[in-house]
Design a protein around this ligand. Structure first.
Ligand SMILES: [Zn+2]
Length: 148
């Protein structure tokens, strides 16, 4: 399911800046692991249930993170998501686009990032009534507990 949230994505904030900095470091690790310099960008346009996505376009690799998850999930979960997506990019770079969450992807998670290769992330759902906005999300039936 891909829900529209009841309010627009806010402008860039320390949240985005934090994950952009983490992305730069993780991208260096991915390039070292691949022994190849490749272009990859990050944006925060993703919304709905999915925490992150990896794109394999002809000229550029791209990762999308869910801006709402970046604000509501734990930093550990979202950094794992960032590495999860970059491990997909590593598979693209290594010409294994159909790898999905197979051996090369799992090995990349461990060897490039030192992260546990979980396909789905254990993200806590947001309790209702913590705030008006979160209550609206809960009432709308959105379950924010899915990874990629
Ligand atoms: Zn994945």
């Amino acid at each position: 399911m891909n829900h529209l949230l009841p309010f627009p994505k806010p402008p860039e904030s320390p949240t985005e800046i934090f994950y952009e900095e983490a992305f730069k470091i993780a991208l260096i690790r991915a390039r070292v692991y691949c022994e190849k310099d490749f272009p990859c960008m990050l944006d925060f346009d993703l919304h709905g249930d999915t925490a992150g996505l990896a794109w394999n376009t002809p000229k550029l690799y791209k990762i999308q993170l869910n801006w709402w998850h970046c604000r509501t999930q734990t930093t550990d979960a979202m950094l794992n998501t960032l590495c999860h997506e970059l491990a997909h990019i590593i598979c693209f770079v290594k010409n294994a686009p159909n790898e999905k969450h197979g051996f090369l992807w799992q090995r990349s998670m461990v060897e490039a990032f030192g992260e546990f290769p979980t396909q789905y992330h254990d993200m806590e759902t947001i309790p209702a009534a913590q705030s008006k906005a979160k209550k609206r999300i809960a009432e709308s039936g959105i379950v924010i507990d899915l990874g990629v």
